[in-house]
Design a protein around this ligand. Structure first.
Ligand code: ZN
Length: 237
């Protein structure tokens, strides 16, 4: 099942430990002090609002275009109705023509009002976008400055991370790309514990007792196998 991992058990164990250290360092480096965390949250909130505004402006602009076209048509129809009214002299037809003009006028008003409101909303949105962008630039500059200080204070971790990344690459170069991918997937699925020892006939990953024939096979071949219960790579130390 894990034939591909047979010859590289020590590499896998070291790679797993390297990932462990990297995760710890990553946790330290992303555990921001309150002032930085506040700025980070502020920037994220600003980005969220900007996204909302972008979407709103896009929808609003499309709506304005649609209403503008409808309004143009309504105006033409109203104009037509007014012209028609002037040509009518018969009393009955005149009343109908008047009603027609009234109706067309109502339609035009019905479009003009929402269009005006929509345009006002777009102007307000553009203003808010500009304000947020200005504030975001300030917040981002402040964040960058404080973050540099924070990273300088954590120089040890930064250096260690660089070393560990190098080590990770070296270890991975001893594996095939398919192995790297597969092991990486197993690591993330099993909370960083993809390769574990068997102790007292028990998989230390999932605490399940191994079947006897399976255990015998593991002892005899001395090569890692996949736990039948949790699929971790298991070996006898
Ligand atoms: Zn297991």
């Amino acid at each position: 099942m894990y034939a591909e991992f047979m010859t590289i058990l020590p590499v896998l164990i070291e790679l797993q430990a390297t990932h462990d250290y990297l995760r710890t360092i990553e946790r330290d480096l992303t555990a921001l002090p309150p002032d930085l965390a506040a700025l980070d949250a502020q920037i994220k909130a600003q980005d969220k609002r900007l996204n909302e505004l972008d979407r709103g402006v896009l929808e609003g602009t499309a709506q304005v275009e649609k209403l503008t076209k409808e309004l143009e048509l309504a105006k033409r129809l109203e104009e037509h109705a007014r012209k028609h009214l002037k040509t009518v002299d018969q009393k009955v037809k005149y009343a109908a023509a008047i009603r027609e003009v009234d109706e067309r006028e109502r339609q035009r008003h019905g479009l003009e009002r929402p269009l005006k409101e929509l345009e006002a909303r777009l102007v307000a949105a553009a203003k808010e976008q500009a304000e947020i962008k200005t504030r975001r630039i300030e917040a981002h500059a402040q964040f960058t400055e404080l973050h540099q200080i924070f990273m300088a204070e954590h120089e040890n971790q930064v250096v260690a991370r660089k070393e560990l990344e190098k080590k990770r690459k070296t270890l991975e170069s001893k594996m095939t790309p398919a192995e790297v991918t597969r092991f990486g997937r197993l690591l993330s699925q099993r909370m960083g514990r993809a390769v574990v020892k068997v102790e007292g006939g028990i998989c230390t990953g999932c605490r399940v007792k191994l079947r006897s024939p399976f255990l015998v096979q593991l002892h005899e071949t001395k090569s890692p196998m996949g736990c039948e219960s949790c699929q971790r790579i298991i070996y006898i130390a």
